[in-house]
Design a protein around this ligand. Sequence first.
Ligand code: DGL
Length: 276
Amino acid sequence: MNNLPQKYDEASRPIGVFDSGVGGLTVVKELNRLLPNERIIYFGDTGRVPYGNKSRETIIHYSLQVAYFLMKKKIKMLVIACNTASSVSLPTLKRHFHIPIIGVIEPGAKAAIENTSTNNIGVIGTLGTVKSNAYKKALKKISRKVNVYQDPCPLFVHLAEDGWNKNKIARMVADEYLKNLKGKDLDTLILGCTHYPLLKEVIQSSVGNKVALIDSGKETAKEVKRILDKRHLLNSRKLTEKNHSIFYVSDFPHKFKEVSQRFLSKELKHVHKVKL
Ligand code: DGL
């Protein structure tokens, strides 16, 4: 009974979410939908995006800088929304900080295993995510029976950011990228990149309706809810105008507003540029 007020206070603290840029807003969208009372402090490393083609060392270095910044905001939990950063930085961040930290890989892998009956699972993501084999390791850890087929689809990031996510060029690019995976009798395909949910329609029509698409961001939001609930850290109070989510970026690229609106499906208020 004694620690109730303390828990109450802790529960009202924000969730930290970070990504290499605006892509992580697809995860914020799912968090907002599932946990409308939660305040989010987001950091998008728009000045240094993309992470997908950078080395492990660089991504870990960037992730630590961002995590230190968010820790100063007294977050109760950290979500690494970026698949590339989740793939390589999660163990390091977990060693450095003592709040719950999750990436998007395990939740995506878990959902894929629950869905598959052919045991043939595909993974698409950035070059960094695919090269790290993070999804493959996470999938094999849950079930040794599964066959995992991976392919990087780097152009999808640019198509999503430019709003070319439903046109014929997107379809042509999807057909080209996915042609090897199509011969593998997949019944499950993990969208292992923040941007890919925006190309869902095109990817689905390219691989066909028999393949279920797993949105790692969506699965991660469910996992965040589960973890906070278990620790009695869900915020029970409604958010107010004063108590809103805040978005930090390391640069304001041209078209930032337009792109972020596309990812979040609403206007992004309270955006600040900061230097790490
Ligand atoms: N956010 C990245 C990811 O999910 C995609 C963009 C990038 O390469 O930084 O892997």
